[in-house]
Ligand binder design. Sequence first.
Ligand SMILES: [Mg+2]
Length: 257
Amino acid sequence: MRFGRTMERSGRGWCGESKNGCEMIELVLVDFDDTLVETAPAFQHAREALFAFLEAEGFSRDVSHKVHYDEVDPELLAAHGMGPFRMAPSFRETYVRLCRKKGRNPDPKVAERCAGLGRDFLGRPKVMDGSLESLLALSEKIPTAIFSQAAQTQYQLERIREAGVTEIIPLDRVRIVERKTPVTFQEVVHSFGIHEPSHATMIGNSLRSDINPALAVGARAILVEPYEMWHYDNVPPIHEDFLRFPTFSEAVSYLTE
Ligand SMILES: [Mg+2]
């Protein structure tokens, strides 16, 4: 089931028949991972490598998937927070639990190879085509800030810088929180001097982390869906009054044209 309204190029939507409503937007918050840069595909490739390796070690993909996605990853996500740092321990633990299920003793060398697949897989941020040009166009028209979540602030800031984002949006307009929630969303909006949440708009790729916190406090939200959403992010929206576009650039065209 699809929630939200998919915008067509006709330009109708939130702003009604005219664009006047858009003039009420005083702040646009832009997510980083999977909105401006490709992150989820690198996680996916690392997991695929793990499942292939485990299959060669005699564990079926179905069982590996189940143990990893349903048991281990949610636990490690809770313990380590968002970001790549849980992946090495999560991959190692997936192997250890699979062994336990089969009554096998885990081989430390195999466990270490699993952990290795979850280390350093992210590399340099891969900027999505046109996303930085669109970020510039947006920031020239409407006050814009970056709103990202990560367990390790300094690491995330470095990735944001490496992607070239801080050449467009100055550091003092970048906010990184451990978790995006209605509370942290509202704090960030207030920090920019906006006290009427409906004058702020969040653009991001996650229903859980970008759309729902914004909607919960009465702000506007735009979902971008450059590829299939990570199942963890794909929760029901709290209501359907938000927009959807395939990419960040298309969302920006709607807001700025
Ligand atoms: Mg994101």
